[in-house]
Design a protein around this ligand. Structure first.
Ligand code: ATP
Ligand code: MG
Length: 280
């Protein structure tokens, strides 16, 4: 069924980014708690309709590694995107001084499986892999959000692009419109280094210096207490040459992933404690 603003009770703001605001809402009829993202766009009715149509593919198949899509609508020129509410929030707020290796491995497994699902099932390249777009719930599940499902929405957002921390792969900085799956693999690697070290790995005064370092310097590495397998996984993702980066299928075969795949890690307790630590 269709979600309408009239059916929603709006609660507190969960955060905001470059393009809009995310609020916690409850769908009164079904009693489902959701996260609603408001995206301000200056677009005509036809383009807004196209966005809603393109988002519809998300109803066709679902994955436990992707934040569920409930529906979208627009009011004037704002798109409202309703999705699964993830009660522990995003990894950028949870990682603290850095996550332990076994937690990093479980996050990596979920991210790779989520990205592989988007590519194989929906033919989607994520385009915005970064810690704020990796969400957790208190059950310990890790899911991706904010992937580029709608071509029209991607196009409309691209104009206002560029934040103060870049997860763009070197080839994207050097030439625009060169986005491939392997660019997402770079962003995956960079996000994992950030979560492991507790800070964004390129620290420069200006955006210019930061982008130059991404293109010219050696890629960042994990802190020294991580295993050789973990470091090797990261350096494979962060190859400067995109064609040398592994595919998702190859990443799933990597010793770092294999080692932790069938090892239980109490992600629920980790998420609960990390979430409690930021409430203080
Ligand atoms: P950018 O605008 O560069 O993509 P961002 O990802 O931080 O940055 P938003 O996507 O607008 O910006 O999200 C804002 C914040 O809202 C996120 O950082 C996250 O903490 C929170 N958030 C987003 N979606 C959800 C959700 N489904 N459940 C819970 N919290 C969410
Ligand atoms: Mg986001």
């Amino acid at each position: 069924f269709n979600i309408k603003m009239d059916d929603l009770c709006v609660h507190e703001e969960l955060g905001h980014g470059q393009y809009g605001t995310v609020k916690k809402v409850s769908h009164v009829v079904t009693n489902v708690v959701m996260a609603m993202k408001e995206i301000r766009l200056e677009l005509d009715e036809k383009k807004l309709q196209q966005i809603l149509m393109e988002l519809d593919v998300l109803h066709k198949s679902t994955s436990e590694y992707i934040v569920e899509f409930y529906g979208a609508f627009f009011i004037e020129s704002c798109v409202y995107y309703c999705m699964e509410y993830m009660d522990a929030g995003s990894l950028d707020k949870l990682y603290g001084d850095g996550v332990p290796e076994e937690v990093l491995a479980k996050i990596a497994i979920s991210m790779v499986k989520g990205l592989k699902f988007l590519k194989d099932e929906l033919s989607i390249i994520h385009r915005d892999v970064k810690p704020t777009n990796v969400l957790m719930n208190l059950k310990g599940q890790v899911k991706l959000c904010d992937f580029g499902v709608s071509g029209q929405l991607n196009k409309s957002l691209a104009k206002t692009n560029i934040g103060c921390q870049s997860y763009m792969a070197p080839e994207r900085i050097k030439a625009t419109d060169t986005y491939t799956v392997s660019s997402d693999v770079w962003s995956l690697g960079l996000s994992l280094v950030e979560m492991a070290g507790g800070k964004y790995p390129y620290n420069y005064d200006t955006m210019f210096a930061q982008l130059r370092a991404i293109v010219e310097d050696e890629p960042p590495t994990l802190p020294s207490h991580y295993s050789t397998d973990a470091c090797d996984f990261i350096s494979a993702c962060l190859h400067k040459e995109p064609s040398s980066r592994p595919t998702y299928a190859e990443l799933l075969q990597h010793p770092f992933i294999q080692k932790y795949h069938d090892t239980p890690v109490d992600m629920a307790t980790w998420a609960t404690e990390a979430f409690a630590a930021i409430q203080k």
